[in-house]
Design a protein around this ligand. Structure first.
Ligand code: BG6
Length: 480
């Protein structure tokens, strides 16, 4: 791989600190990484190279890296360019040219936009105009032209209209092949593993349809809250922050048809197709909520920066219906919330009961198989089935077969490591395509504007109104 220049917009922000610097460090110090990594951080704050390097060193050492290693890397790799506004990027382009000359880079660039959504259009326009001058954009590039890749962090728009407008700005300047829209759940090995479980195992895929599946429940429970990020979250809410992107991607991987090929085109085509077949969510088919006080913590409305009387959702459960041959009539319940009792992401596939109930289960639960795929933490699969209890007659008890991924293989790499590598290698398979983002907004559109929502106590599984959506998922202690 040739070395390129990585231009990080939003280098002074939280995402850079929490995820990007550690991931950049790990990916650029791997044995197979190009020798010279060069990252140009961009921000509006009054920072300089030293300040950026300090911030990065703090972030990287927090993950257990030796301070001298982190410092040596930061000094060699990181430079800073300050801008007054995102429509005035001359200081960035000047710094980029200087770095490319100094380091003998031949002009290949990644522009990584970890910015507030309202800064995207100006930034993309300014980058597009600059790249047009450099001759790196347009349909007919000569093979020797340097490449440019535009990476856009979530949120990609705040509703369908804004996502369409943003796509229009993007496409005015860049071709879709140059664009990498990030949804970091796609970088999680456990999410990709859904494809392997489904398409490498006849056992599962042959029953993965309306004839055998009664419903599917996707749960992303989080213990974290919105404290400290109310500025963003109070405008967004959980449907925008989690359902439209992360849960929708897990849903797409669970429900999509097998791709013709395992490449970007094949994967994206099937994800888009299943979203297109999915009906718009009905408000009656959803339950939203907001956390109140509990577990010794203050309520959402009491956080600094949250508007008085805010009706922002911190919990959402929504039942989706897929109008295609495979899934017609099978509900998919997507459920996520903040301040829940534990962090747990899982997909539960609930199979239909046998047509005739020959046996009476000894516990209250009806006889049925559930395949539980736990994505995080501690990836595992569990399939429940019924067996005869010892003794006379046909007593039935539910048992489980469990496979623990971590015990067998250890951890998956961090999502951002995978995604940064894919960007460097030019593989967009695990990035969201333009229409995919728009379809996801179309599906959740009716849930975006709403009045007051019920309050649930912090540390519980959400408002009571949501209970009617879930039957399969047992209390978390019983999960894998
Ligand atoms: C982010 C959301 O995109 O994903 C956060 O903005 C959420 O609200 C986070 O907590 C969850 O990511 P992960 O990787 O910690 O599961």
């Amino acid at each position: 791989m040739k070395p390129s220049l990585f231009v990080l917009f939003g280098a002074t922000g939280d995402l850079a600190k929490v995820k990007l610097f550690p991931a950049l460090y790990r990916t650029t110090t791997r044995d197979d990484a190009p020798e010279t990594a060069t990252v140009l951080g961009v921000g509006r704050s009054d920072w300089d190279d030293g300040r950026l390097q300090d911030a990065a060193v703090d972030a990287i050492t927090e993950g257990g890296v030796d301070e001298s290693d982190a410092r040596a890397w930061a000094e060699k790799t990181l430079r800073f360019a300050r801008v007054e506004g995102y429509d005035q990027l001359d200081p960035v382009f000047e710094a980029a040219r200087t770095l490319e000359d100094e380091r003998g880079l031949d002009g290949d660039r990644v522009y990584y936009l970890a910015l507030p959504p309202d800064a995207f259009p100006d930034t993309i326009t300014a980058l597009g105009e600059h790249e047009a001058e450099r001759g790196t954009v347009g349909e007919h590039l000569d093979d020797d032209a340097p490449w440019v890749r535009l990476v856009i962090e979530k949120p990609f728009g705040t509703d369908l209209a804004s996502a369409e407008a943003l796509n229009a700005v993007v496409h005015e300047h860049f071709t879709e092949g140059q664009v990498y829209r990030i949804d970091h759940f796609l970088g999680k090995g456990t999410v990709q593993n859904l494809l392997v479980v489904r398409f490498a195992n006849t056992l599962f895929e042959s029953v993965w349809n309306r004839d055998h599946v009664e419903r599917v429940e996707i749960l992303v429970a989080e213990t974290n809250d919105a404290e400290g990020r109310a500025g963003y979250f109070d405008e967004a809410g959980t449907v925008r922050d989690m359902i439209q992107n992360h849960l929708m991607q897990i849903f797409a991987f669970t429900a999509m048809e097998p791709p013709a090929r395992l490449d970007a085109e094949g994967l994206r085509a099937e994800r888009v197709k299943v979203l297109r077949s999915t009906r718009q969510a009905e408000p009656d088919d959803a339950a939203l909520g907001q956390y109140g006080a509990g577990d010794g913590k203050e309520a959402y409305r009491d956080h600094e920066g949250v508007a008085e009387g805010s009706t922002t959702d911190t919990f959402a459960a929504v039942r989706l219906h897929v109008d295609n041959w495979r899934w017609k009539g099978v509900p998919f319940v997507l459920r996520t919330g903040k301040r829940m009792p534990e962090k747990l992401t899982e997909v539960a596939v609930v199979f239909r009961q046998p047509p005739v109930a020959l046996f009476q289960p000894t516990d209250a639960a009806p006889v049925r198989n559930v395949l539980r795929i736990r994505l995080q933490p501690h990836e595992a699969f569990q399939i429940t089935f019924d067996v005869k209890t010892p003794g006379e007659g046909f007593g039935v008890a539910t048992q489980a077969l469990t496979f623990n991924y971590e015990e067998a293989f250890g951890d998956f790499p961090e999502a951002y490591d995978t995604l940064l590598r894919d960007i460097a290698e030019g593989d967009p398979s695990l990035f969201v395509e333009a229409e995919e983002a728009e379809e996801a907004w179309r599906i959740v559109a009716p849930l975006l504007d709403h009045g007051d929502v019920p309050v649930y106590a912090s540390g519980t599984w959400g408002p009571e109104a949501a209970d009617r959506f879930v039957q399969a998922t047992p209390p978390a202690e019983e999960a894998v």
